[in-house]
Design a protein around this ligand. Structure first.
Ligand code: FE2
Length: 305
């Protein structure tokens, strides 16, 4: 399974005329993406201090599929402890926490739960409503791009709250196979703009314009995307609109290589900012069935991936 994995790191996704290289890379990507769907989560005994073999397995999975589903037996519900553990976990993978976020409660670590807090009211992440496909921080300024994040579950909802996740390299394959010009359109530096927005604290978040596909520091493909159709401006070009519509419909219809997971307490997904969504959910009366997910965003990819 890992014999020719070097192809993955060296693949030049911006070269749309190298057919042979593309075919070899695609064949490998599709094979390992399918295998990944059947893998059990990586067992991590102590999330604050992953062992060398646990760490290696998580890095390998991120290198192959841009995500790793893990399961730890830590069942702490203490927010201080959880924040400490997640900081240590991130450090074990060389990840730099993105500090600046309006809801970062402490050092860039955000607890996602239903909230009546005025700062969070009206924001879907803090409600029970479903969330459409996106990558994190798609509205950030280019210099504040998010290249990775972790979702870590402390409590499950009474019902619902399922995540679907899709490796952007698979989305790239779907687009390129439909029409290579779609990929080219989405690489354009003005492909997608998110208009300026007034934040709850009264500050203005400036317009965010950039590509959908861009290279990470190591050259691998990163994605900046939202499936929303309001408050978004696609570049005024027929191919760009077609590409965006194709991708939106493809995700809506469901990619067979998307992972569908209802995270259990102690489980999480560490990833290189892959596409994801969330179904709506219903919380219970008891604290044990009120959904709490910690999210930490990173400026860089998982080390070695
Ligand atoms: Fe997200």
């Amino acid at each position: 399974m890992v014999e020719n994995i070097d192809i993955l790191q060296g693949f030049d996704w911006r070269n749309l005329s190298a057919e042979q290289e593309y075919d070899a890379w695609k064949k490998l990507k599709l094979k390992i993406a399918e295998q990944a769907l059947d893998l059990p989560p990586v067992a991590v005994e102590d999330i604050a201090n992953p062992s060398e073999s646990e760490r290696r397995e998580i890095i390998l999975r991120c290198r192959m599929n841009n995500y790793a589903h893990y399961a730890t037996s830590s069942d702490s519900r203490d927010p201080e402890r959880t924040r400490h553990d997640l900081r240590a976990f991130a450090a074990a993978f060389g990840l730099k926490i993105a500090e600046a976020h309006r809801s970062a409660e402490e050092a860039g670590i955000v607890a996602l739960r239903v909230s009546a807090d005025p700062d969070k009211r009206g924001y879907i992440p803090y409600s029970t409503r479903p969330m459409n496909w996106h990558t994190d921080g798609y509205y950030n300024a280019p210099e504040d791009r998010i290249d990775g994040f972790v979702l870590h579950c402390v409590e499950q909802a009474l019902a619902g709250g399922r995540n679907q996740l899709l490796d952007p390299e698979i989305a790239y394959i779907r687009l390129r196979d439909e029409n290579p010009a779609y990929v080219e359109a989405l690489i354009h530096p003005q492909a997608m703009s998110i208009p300026a927005n007034e934040e709850p604290d009264g500050s203005i978040r400036p317009v965010s314009t950039g590509p959908v596909f861009y290279p990470a520091a190591n050259g691998r493909l990163q994605m900046r995307y939202t499936a929303r159709t309001r408050s978004i401006e696609w570049r005024d070009d027929p191919l760009t609109r077609e590409a965006a519509e194709f991708l939106r419909l493809h995700l809506q219809q469901g990619d067979p290589l998307a992972l569908s997971v209802r995270l259990e307490p102690g489980q999480g997904i560490l990833n290189n900012n892959i596409l994801h969504n969330r179904t709506g959910f219903e919380d219970g009366q008891d604290a044990r069935n009120v959904r709490v997910i910690y999210r930490v965003r990173f400026r860089n990819r998982v080390e070695g991936s």
